[in-house]
Design a protein around this ligand. Structure first.
Ligand SMILES: NC(=O)c1ccc[n+]([C@@H]2O[C@H](COP(=O)([O-])OP(=O)(O)OC[C@H]3O[C@@H](n4cnc5c(N)ncnc54)[C@H](OP(=O)(O)O)[C@@H]3O)[C@@H](O)[C@H]2O)c1
Length: 274
């Protein structure tokens, strides 16, 4: 989902891009990863490959870690050898989500599920291996035209069901993949200082509040979205309740925080319902 939009945004900005989907490069193959970086000699690598099946990671943590942790470590080494910068998307799930204030970039991490642990392994590999050329960009609640996501599910359910039950005790920052892609490009172009950044929209909302906004944009009655607690939808992986990230880090790069999630959703809307 992010990779598709990133390629389009990079090309629109005039950058030369070599997109490597899974068919061209399995990131779990260290020989192939090293060879790709050596041969392509990129200025920047953005690693959009990831194990993103959060619930499946609970029972397949080693497999998830191979993609989200081990492969990132190899890629970071290869980038170091080639003199390339590396941008590694990560997740709000590195935090426990028990806070009440937005998590700062340097707040202590404490993942509550396997996916979060594997993504944290990837973060650490980038920060330790590439202190002068590594970027970790934590994002969350992504939606976009190129993949199944919460917003597309709500658009479908609005047409299929009279009422929809949505959890109202998890808060986060819905983020449009195009906004994140543009931010990654801006960060690269600004030659931002290496380190950890929070690539999520401003503001925050519950899943229930987001679903209500989707119904409103559809011209449907938002009252058809009924609030329920997370306990109503037991899932294998625990989710942090408070996934709100702080954005002070962007000032280091001379960039403003991303726009408010509601403005982003409105901007994305034509693409989402096309
Ligand atoms: N989606 C969210 O809400 C969210 C939230 C927080 C953080 N993030 C992070 O943001 C980044 C982008 O997420 P996304 O939603 O765009 O992910 P996505 O749509 O699930 O895309 C992940 C891509 O990685 C590929 N991939 C998986 N294993 C691979 C391997 N071994 N070698 C090569 N490619 C492989 C997948 O290919 P296949 O389709 O063939 O499996 C897929 O194209 C990820 O780092 C993710 O952890 C996402």
């Amino acid at each position: 989902m992010l990779g598709t939009d990133l390629v389009a945004v990079l090309r629109a900005a005039g950058h030369e891009v070599v997109p490597l989907g899974r068919a061209r490069l399995d990131v779990r193959d260290p020989v192939a990863v090293r060879q790709a970086v050596r041969e392509l000699r990129p200025g920047v690598v953005v690693n959009c490959a990831a194990w993103t099946a959060v619930d499946d990671a609970e029972t397949h943590e080693e497999e998830a870690r191979a993609v989200n942790g081990d492969a990132v470590a190899v890629l970071a080494e290869a980038c170091g050898e080639a003199g390339a910068r590396l941008v590694q998307p990560s997740t709000d799930y590195v935090f426990a989500g028990t806070g009440r204030l937005p998590y700062a970039e340097d707040a202590p991490t404490a993942p509550v599920n396997a996916y979060g642990r594997t993504k944290l392994a990837g973060e650490r590999a980038v920060v330790e291996t590439l202190p002068d050329a590594g970027y970790v960009v934590r994002t969350a609640w992504l939606y976009g035209a190129a993949g199944p996501n919460f917003v597309s599910t709500m658009i479908r359910l609005a047409a299929e069901r009279e009422t929809v039950d949505v959890v109202d005790d998890q808060h986060g920052q819905p983020t449009w993949t195009v906004d994140l892609a543009r931010r990654i490009v801006a960060m690269i172009e600004a030659d931002a200082p290496p380190g950890i950044y929070h690539g999520t929209s401003s503001g925050s909302v519950s899943w229930h509040g987001l679903a209500r906004e989707v119904f409103t944009l559809l011209g449907a009655d938002p009252g058809r979205v009924r609030p329920v607690p997370s306990a109503a939808f037991p899932r294998p992986a625990r989710r942090p309740a408070f996934s709100v990230l702080g954005h002070d880090g962007w000032a280091r790069a001379g960039l403003a925080p991303l726009r408010h999630w509601r403005d982003a959703l409105r901007a994305a809307w034509p693409e989402l319902v096309a």
